[in-house]
Design a protein around this ligand. Sequence first.
Ligand SMILES: Nc1ncnc2c1ncn2[C@@H]1O[C@H](COP(=O)(O)OP(=O)(O)O)[C@@H](O)[C@H]1O
Ligand SMILES: [Mg+2]
Length: 244
Amino acid sequence: MSTQDMIVVDEAVAGYTPDVDILRGMSVRARQDEIVTLLGPNGCGKSTLLKTIAGYLTPRSGRVLLEGQDVSSLPVHRKIQQTGLGFVPQTENVFTSLSIRENLQVGGHHLPERAVRERMEELCQHYPVLKRKFKDPAASMSGGERQILALARALMPRPRMLLLDEPSAGLSPKMLAEVFEAVQQIRDHEGVCILMVEQNAMEALRISDRAYVLSMGRVALTGRAADLMDDPQVRELYLGGRAA
Ligand SMILES: Nc1ncnc2c1ncn2[C@@H]1O[C@H](COP(=O)(O)OP(=O)(O)O)[C@@H](O)[C@H]1O
Ligand SMILES: [Mg+2]
């Protein structure tokens, strides 16, 4: 294993019930300073993979390593505190009845009060929309603004690894560009390793370093993002054969 490997999933088998495997020998890895995108049809196990890395599911066999440490059976509440992992789930990733400030406070709940204040200020400077609406309920935000808030909440404890489940789902092209810009900045300025599930394949590949195409709980195809954008199989799946 390279020392720069931040997230390693090695031959993981996992599922929600004892008799059904959703991940069927899944192996992916993401290094420091990388954006790695996971593509694949609905139901192929993308969210299940992220939930297994985050510790909501324990692999029946195989391993999950974070920064070289085997965390396969570390439960989710300990994983977020004891490792540098942040997770933005696919749905319900902000508390709509809480204010922007309160959402950020939740993200930093195990930090000292002063660190929370300083980090909130820093994130508000990065993302002005948070400052503008600081005391408003998150319910007053648009879809794109909520994704920014969900990202910022996950960034509160300064994670070294970030799992993002479809951050651009349901966004307009303009908001999609803004969210992807934010994702790129997180890699470039904070050095965070990002593993991201996306349906907007070509837009995601454009900001990614590498990608995996998943199928039925396994890796079907992997490579550098730039190469996959030119791959006839990927073009067929995501662009109906058109050039990117
Ligand atoms: N909480 C759950 N309980 C049981 N089965 C689930 C649960 N969540 C997802 N599944 C099943 O696991 C499979 C993979 O789902 P998921 O990982 O969410 O797919 P994707 O994110 O790739 O669309 C699907 O067949 C789905 O029905
Ligand atoms: Mg999903």
